[in-house]
Ligand binder design. Structure first.
Ligand SMILES: NC(=O)c1ccc[n+]([C@@H]2O[C@H](COP(=O)([O-])OP(=O)(O)OC[C@H]3O[C@@H](n4cnc5c(N)ncnc54)[C@H](O)[C@@H]3O)[C@@H](O)[C@H]2O)c1
Length: 444
């Protein structure tokens, strides 16, 4: 057993700065208020409902995660944020239509009190969207300063001890890492020169990191995942994590693919198609935004199945992902998967999945856990990429030279072992030989 890590106390209020008060943003905020009032349960949240085993199986120690690590309680969360529309969270929640009117009206006052601050927005990065609640500034650096001022003001006005920023805004168009994103000086010069390669999400990430505020990226766009911003995060001792909440079809993929691989069943093809009708779906109808999403969704299978290591099983499969904007479905999307697998002697088999899921219902608990864990990470002095939070992401950020870990069950073990490590509890390997009489020579 190692000594517990020094973790600063969780005292005081935690301000959650939500970028984008859309389907996910409002579902998180409304959900937390409903749970606080005792009107709902935090289903899907590992921090609130999950347990963690400590010590040997014979010890029967299984605390709930929130009782094991010092996480801020839901009563101590205060929400603020930005959107390109002026709607309060109440109006935005009604439009997103994820939650029932009954649920939304039960927390009407709390949602009405949340009016988004003017956003940093650039239509070049989200082609199919435009709105009036947008900041103006001479340069992108100036816009970043305005965001920093917003955060400082929010913190003071709401008496917050600390803040966390959550990007739950629309997916931006695809960009690879360019020279402007490689070093802190190049990035800052580009901000001051209004370089078109700096996306709004990067300006938010920069503002957060400069302000010492942990940054969570729920979308697939790069945002903080560039060498410049990661260097800044390390320099400023700020945790960052992303990208792209793992919900819906990809969640299913990362549950199923490790199982097929564990049993050495081969894969000939995996065809995934979705219909969804929310604003996210509308934005993803733009090829630029879709490419960002597609990259995020496609990377999952290769890194779980490791075709290089298993050429006979996974060396030649076809993986296609389609998303179609279909307004009647709203947030209740449908994802179909056709999976062509093969078994003993190469005999083919098929698996069909039809997941009628509610995207934001799956995403909200993920966002909540990330907010609480990132605040914990900050108080524990864990700067830079929080790879132990890969469990929650489709495209987990990782250190250079490492491949990302996509297998949900390895990610879960990593997350729980990190919590044990922080608290000075023994890591669990699941070896378990001590319960049996296998080795004569090791008998006491
Ligand atoms: N719903 C899911 O399960 C899920 C899963 C993984 C990732 N995501 C990603 O999360 C993000 C949010 O999803 P959603 O379903 O809530 O979408 P949404 O369209 O309902 O909400 C996005 C909100 O962001 C606002 N916005 C856009 N650009 C902004 C900017 N620069 N600053 C401030 N606000 C801005 C929009 O006006 C909108 O209100 C998307 O990028 C989506 O791809 C969603």
């Amino acid at each position: 057993m190692s000594a517990p890590k020094a973790i600063a106390p969780k005292d005081g209020k935690l301000g959650v700065m939500v970028v984008g008060m859309g389907a996910i943003g409002t579902t998180v905020v409304a959900g937390v208020h409903l749970i606080r009032k005792g009107l709902s349960k935090p289903v899907g949240s590992m921090t609130q409902m999950g347990t963690i085993r400590l010590g040997k199986r014979t010890e029967a120690r299984f605390p709930v995660v929130k009782d094991f690590v010092p996480l801020v309680g839901l009563d101590d969360l205060v929400f603020g944020g930005w959107d390109i529309f002026e709607d309060t969270a109440y109006e935005a929640a009604k439009k997103a239509a994820v939650l029932s009117n009954e649920h939304i009206d039960a927390v009407k006052d709390e949602l009405k009190a949340l009016r988004p601050m003017p956003a940093v927005f650039d239509k070049n990065w989200v082609k199919l969207l435009d709105g009036p609640n947008v900041k103006t500034g001479a340069t992108k650096y100036d816009l970043a300063r305005q965001l920093m001022d917003d955060m400082a003001r929010f913190k003071a006005e709401n008496g917050c001890a600390r803040l966390v920023m959550l990007w739950a805004a629309s997916t931006e168009t695809f960009t690879p890492v360019k020279d402007t994103h490689r070093t802190i000086p190049a990035f800052e010069a580009a901000l001051k020169a209004n370089d078109p390669d700096i996306a709004p999400s990067m300006i938010y990430a920069y503002a957060a990191i400069q302000s010492g505020v942990p940054f969570i990226n729920g979308a697939p766009n790069l945002s903080a995942d560039t060498p410049a911003l990661l260097a800044l995060a390390t320099q400023k001792r700020v945790p960052v994590c992303g990208k792209d909440f793992k919900t819906g079809q990809t969640l299913m993929k990362t549950i199923l693919a490790p199982g097929l691989k564990a049993r050495q069943l081969g894969l000939a093809g995996w065809f995934s198609t979705n219909i969804l009708g929310n604003r996210d779906g509308e934005v993803l109808a733009d090829p630029g935004s879709f490419k960002t999403k597609e990259e995020s969704k496609l990377s999952v299978l290769d890194s779980i199945l490791q075709p290089d290591m298993y050429p006979d099983l996974y060396g030649d499969y076809t993986h296609l992902v389609r998303i179609n904007y279909y307004p009647p479905r709203g947030d209740n999307k449908e994802g179909w998967d056709n999976i062509d697998i093969f078994g003993w002697l190469g005999y083919p088999m098929q698996i069909k999945i039809d997941f009628l899921c509610r995207d934001s219902i799956l995403a909200a608990p993920v966002a909540l856990d990330l907010v609480l864990f990132c605040d914990l990470a900050a108080r524990a002095g864990m700067a830079g990429i929080q790879e132990w939070l890969s469990f929650y992401f489709k495209s987990p950020m990782h250190a250079e030279g490492l491949y990302p870990e996509h297998d949900l069950f390895i990610q879960l073990t990593k997350l729980k072992n990190t919590l044990r490590y922080l608290m000075g509890e023994e890591l669990i390997t699941h070896l378990g030989v001590e319960y049996y009489d296998y080795f004569e020579s090791e008998k006491a």
